[in-house]
Design a protein. Structure first.
Length: 105
C-alpha cells in the first residue's frame, strides 16, 4: 500500500478531513471551505481529480449509491486515516521547529 512520502496539498488534506463522514462532492466542497474559513475553495475539476487519485491509492472509497442517483458518496479508509495522521505529525514537527527557532511558544 502506497501511503506517500511527501506533503499533502491543502486541498487533499481538507478532502480527507471532510470524508471522516460520508459526503458527496458538493458536500466536500462546502466542508473544505468551512473548515478553512473560506481559504480553500475547491473547483469541481480539482475535487474530482483528487478524488480519483485518492480512490486509486485506496485512501477513500465510494459508497454504494441509490440506483437512479448520480451523486456518489465517499468516505475515508483506514489507509486514508493513516495518511492524515502522518500529515498531522509532519505539520506538528514544522510548527514545533518554527516556534523553537523563532523563540515563540
Amino acid at each position: 500500500m502506497n501511503f506517500g512520502n511527501g506533503a499533502l496539498t491543502e486541498a487533499v488534506y481538507y478532502i480527507l478531513l471532510s470524508l471522516m463522514q460520508p459526503l458527496h462532492g458538493y458536500g466536500i466542497m462546502q466542508n473544505a471551505e468551512e473548515l478553512s474559513h473560506g481559504r480553500v475553495k475547491l473547483a469541481a475539476g480539482t475535487l474530482y481529480g483528487a478524488i480519483n487519485t485518492m480512490l486509486e491509492k485506496g485512501w477513500i472509497t465510494a459508497l454504494p449509491g441509490e440506483k437512479n442517483s448520480r451523486k456518489k458518496e465517499y468516505v475515508i479508509t483506514d489507509a486514508g486515516r493513516h495518511v492524515l495522521q502522518m500529515e498531522i505529525a509532519r505539520l506538528e514537527e514544522l510548527l514545533e521547529n518554527g516556534k523553537r527557532i523563532l523563540g515563540g511558544n
